[in-house]
Design a protein around this ligand. Structure first.
Ligand code: ZN
Ligand code: ZN
Length: 722
């Protein structure tokens, strides 16, 4: 009889033993479907020695596997990566495995899926809901569930439209072939510096062994063209490449750039894909047919058949850190995957993370520097506007020097960008009569006014409400006022000052789909926009040659909050957004509005002293034992019942381990004391780099009885401290 130990796709269980049905084979890595109680569940055949080698179950108690799925087995290097991720981030291995086999993507590719699309016929009976639904669906197609989500209506409304003949069924096969990228399609003309850097990267791909390369080039230096040469080398060798991007919104422009270089679009992978697209992409990745995959962090765990290269673009971005479920950092896990698979990993950035530069200094990463902008374009001039000396008018947000600069650009027909990392109209709504502030009922957070859609929204849980006319507290009429600016409010000021200027607001609210992002790029490139007002979404990736002025509306915003990376993040964000200015032949200018122009981060930005800033920041971190020179981990205990959460946190506090070098802060209410209706208490661990934090936490939490109503979230190497 053959047995198989299977890691199932559930966070609740470790590996379980099964019997392989007579006549079948299930070698290591096989994807299987197994019985679990009355359910069927996917899983992967795993080594018996893994996960602490639990004792095997007796032969007489084994159940038969239902099915061995006809897909390539999950290879050993990826199984090791799942184990490492689970171990390092203290996450259940089944939860990590779910990123390898997401949803039903691995299901049989030959079984067609039925999708629906508009026929152009209008139903005889048109309800307001049907009108809105058909408008939102437009030319797109998808399964009933997907169309319902897209149109924000119930599935019954969609089915009604199908019955009424307004939507028709289309059969979609998931195994349509993938186009082949052509490495010789349109090689770029490279500068000498770029060619030298590209040569090093090509050699690393040819060497086909593990190495991490930090491609460090100022904004506009043409990093993308350079790493595309490494990708061309991988394609020539018949291998696959994974390119990780920090934002879905960047995917679409990147697909276009790849198509221009390689003659066809790469395979995208992100949460915005339809089920059919996802299934097709998964199979093409697992079979090796998808040569270039461009995706968000979840693409990192997919079962590539023959991976030859990983590129992490904008590698300093903190959005590579996953903040729920498995709390992993995609940049760090990408390096681990490179090490297990034996392949080079390129981290590309104009403003590398201090962590990456420390690895260069320690001799672990190779540093490849592109010091100049491509095509002779110069770096923009940066200047600070001291808001104490040059304040904006009352109730306005743009200081006179910035207003003058905008007027100058409008006069010359050049484009400007105003950057404020805050969505909506105003971050706070306050009652003038009684001082009441409108707070989210589920979170310790203010409701943010979104005037474009006439709603107040919580940016933590998504709760929305119409803006009240009466103060909810004192019931005074028309007493509520908006406090502080968001991008929509800055856009209002621009409209007021320059009524003829054509503006575009760029936030995740307006650029919520790849299509919207493409529309925006076309409008700016076509000269249909004079002033862009945007959040961090516009700080990277875009290349607009006629954009010559960048105004940073509130440079101090990121410095609040006491986050250990606040200065670094502010430096990166402003350097990135500054990099949007003057990318063509016309020189760029950057004006930074700040109340603390003397702060080291501001003076370093103005002086263009990147090295000085990083050296000072590294010294400060070393002094404080902060990352990358020390380590943190956060335990957040949450419950809908505040007493349950407090009780568990206190018991943990009482049993806190004592060790040399280890400091434990708390338990205390987390800065975000309530989130999505759950009360939160936090314990923060701080230790030297060499300390075994994971082992300590594992032993510690095992000493506590966990009530069912309490939940524990563990964040190793946290980036968010709320
Ligand atoms: Zn009031
Ligand atoms: Zn909320």
């Amino acid at each position: 009889m053959t047995r198989a130990r299977v890691l199932l796709l559930t966070a609740a269980l470790g590996p379980l033993d099964y019997r392989v049905p007579h006549g079948s084979e299930a070698p290591l890595g096989s994807v299987v479907v197994a019985p679990l109680g009355p359910r069927r569940m996917g899983g992967v055949v795993w080594e018996e020695a893994s996960f602490g080698a639990p004792d095997p179950v007796g032969d007489n108690r084994l159940r038969n596997l239902y099915e061995i799925v006809d897909v390539p087995p999950i290879r050993a290097p990826l199984r090791r990566l799942v184990e490492w991720t689970s171990d390092y981030y203290l996450a259940p291995p089944g939860a990590v495995l779910r990123m390898v086999l997401p949803g039903a993507a691995f299901a049989d590719a030959r079984r067609p899926i039925v999708e629906y699309r508009a026929t152009g016929e209008l139903p005889a009976r048109m309800t307001p809901q049907r009108i809105v639904a058909l408008e939102r669906i437009g030319a797109r197609q998808g399964m009933v569930r997907e169309l319902a989500a897209l149109a924000e209506v119930s599935e019954a409304v969609i089915r009604g439209l199908v019955q009424a003949g307004a939507l028709e069924a289309v059969e979609v096969s998931a195994d349509a072939p993938c186009p082949e990228p052509d490495p010789a399609f349109a090689p770029p003309g490279l500068s000498d510096e770029q060619a030298a850097a590209a040569g090093q990267l090509r050699d690393a791909v040819a060497a086909a062994r593990f190495e991490t390369l930090l491609l460090d080039g100022v904004t506009g230096s043409g990093k993308t063209e350079v790493y595309m040469e490494a990708i061309a080398a991988a394609v020539e060798a018949g291998k696959q490449t994974l390119v990780l991007l920090p934002e879905i919104a960047l995917t679409e422009p990147m697909l276009t750039r790849f198509a221009a270089r390689f003659g066809c679009e790469p395979v995208p992978w992100h949460s915005g894909l339809r089920s059919t697209e996802r299934r097709r992409a998964w199979h093409a990745i697992a079979s090796g047919e998808a040569k270039i995959v461009v995706g968000a962090r979840s693409a990192l765990f997919l079962p590539y058949a023959d991976l030859g290269l990983i590129v992490v673009d904008e590698a300093h971005e903190t959005s590579f850190k996953q903040e729920d479920g498995v709390h992993y950092h995609a940049r760090d896990v990408a390096v681990m995957r490179g090490s297990f698979e034996g392949l080079p990993v390129i981290l590309a950035s104009a403003t590398p993370a201090l962590e990456s530069l420390a690895q260069v200094e320690a001799g672990r990463y190779r540093h490849i520097v592109l010091p100049a902008r491509y095509g002779g374009a110069t770096l923009p001039d940066l200047a600070a506007i001291d808001m104490r000396r040059d304040p904006p008018d009352r109730g306005r947000w743009l200081a006179p020097p910035l207003v003058d600069a905008l007027a100058g650009r409008l006069g010359k027909g050049e484009q400007s960008l105003l950057f404020l990392n805050r969505r909506g109209f105003a971050p706070l709504t306050l009652c003038r009569t009684c001082g009441h502030r409108i707070q989210c009922p589920n979170c310790t957070a203010w409701m943010v006014e979104h005037r474009l859609v006439h709603r107040l929204a919580c940016h933590h849980c998504g709760h929305v409400m119409p803006p009240p006319r009466l103060c909810p507290e004192c019931e005074d009429e028309d007493s509520l006022v908006a406090c502080g600016p968001g991008v929509e409010r800055v856009a209002d000021e621009v409209k007021l000052r320059f009524p003829d200027a054509r503006t575009a607001i760029v936030t995740s609210d307006t650029l919520w789909s790849p299509a919207k992002a493409a529309e925006f790029v076309d409008a700016v490139e076509g000269g249909l926009v004079d002033i862009i007002i945007g959040t961090q979404l516009v700080t990277k990736g875009y290349h607009f040659p006629n954009l010559t002025l960048v105004g940073v509306v509130d440079a101090d915003l990121g410095l609040d909050g006491g986050d250990l990376r606040a200065s670094e993040r502010t430096f990166q964000q402003i350097a990135q957004v500054a990099g949007r200015a003057g990318r063509g032949v016309k020189p760029g200018e950057v004006l930074i509005q700040t109340r603390v122009p003397e702060a080291p981060v501001m003076s370093a930005l103005v002086a263009g002293d990147r090295d000085g800033f990083y050296a000072a920041e590294a010294a400060a971190r070393k002094q404080a034992g902060a990352p990358p020179y020390g380590r943190f981990a956060a335990l957040v205990i949450s419950s809908e019942d505040i007493e349950v959460a407090r009780g568990v946190a206190q018991r943990l506090g009482q049993k806190a381990p004592a060790a040399d070098g280890l400091a434990i802060y708390g338990p205390a209410p987390a800065p975000l004391a309530m989130l999505r209706g759950r009360h939160r208490f936090r314990l923060l661990l701080h230790a030297p780099r060499s300390f075994d934090l994971q082992g300590t936490i594992r032993d510690w939490i095992a000493r506590i009885d966990w009530p069912a109503k309490a939940r524990l979230a563990i964040d190793v190497d946290p980036y968010s401290f709320v």
